[in-house]
Design a protein around this ligand. Structure first.
Ligand SMILES: C[S@@+](CC[C@H](N)C(=O)[O-])C[C@H]1O[C@@H](n2cnc3c(N)ncnc32)[C@H](O)[C@@H]1O
Length: 159
């Protein structure tokens, strides 16, 4: 299995992949790449790339692409989603974990005016974003991730 970890951050997801998975880790922030390398650089079958997903060129498609806590953080989620989805093989998988479907209470709306500049935009709606971009992606699984219900996980299949 060949996996692309987009916006891999400090590499928190890396230990959850099977040992034989070939991981391509990519992040636009040099500091994050260095951090992930320090933590997981000795893992076999891993490549670290300091690159913006919107500039990344790769001929060989991936079995799975992960966008975990990235779409609600990046400046252009549509472009990130399109570029990431283009790198998935037919019948391959897109895993998304992010803020979605939130009907924000007054306090959270207030909090979001700050967090959307520095962290997550809690008003992100993954399913609407996917519909808008008209990609060949079919939702196969959706779960609420946390007690606070602000974050969801989605598995899409490339058709
Ligand atoms: C909130 S962190 C999530 C990190 C990790 N995926 C996790 O689950 O903890 C978002 C990451 O996406 C990266 N990022 C944002 N826009 C990006 C882009 N256009 N291309 C590549 N990485 C990007 C940021 O540098 C940051 O490390």
């Amino acid at each position: 299995m060949r996996v692309l970890l987009v916006g891999g951050g400090d590499g928190v997801d890396i230990p959850y992949f099977p040992k034989n998975a070939q991981i391509v880790y990519l992040d636009a922030a040099k500091g994050m790449v260095n951090k992930a390398k320090r933590k997981f650089g000795k893992r076999p079958k891993i490549t670290f790339i300091h690159e913006d997903i919107n500039q990344y060129k790769e001929e060989t498609k991936f079995d799975a692409v992960c966008l975990h806590f990235c779409l609600s953080v990046t400046s252009n989620p549509e472009s990130m989603l399109k570029n990431a989805a283009d790198l998935i093989k037919e019948s391959g998988v897109l895993s998304i974990i992010d803020a979605s479907d939130n009907k924000l209470k007054k306090t959270n709306r207030w909090v979001n005016t700050f967090t959307k500049w520095s962290m997550f935009d809690l008003n992100t709606n993954i399913e609407r974003l996917i519909d808008r971009t008209e990609l060949n992606l079919q939702l196969v699984e959706k779960n609420v991730l946390s007690e606070v219900k602000l974050f969801n996980s989605f598995i899409y299949k490339r058709i």
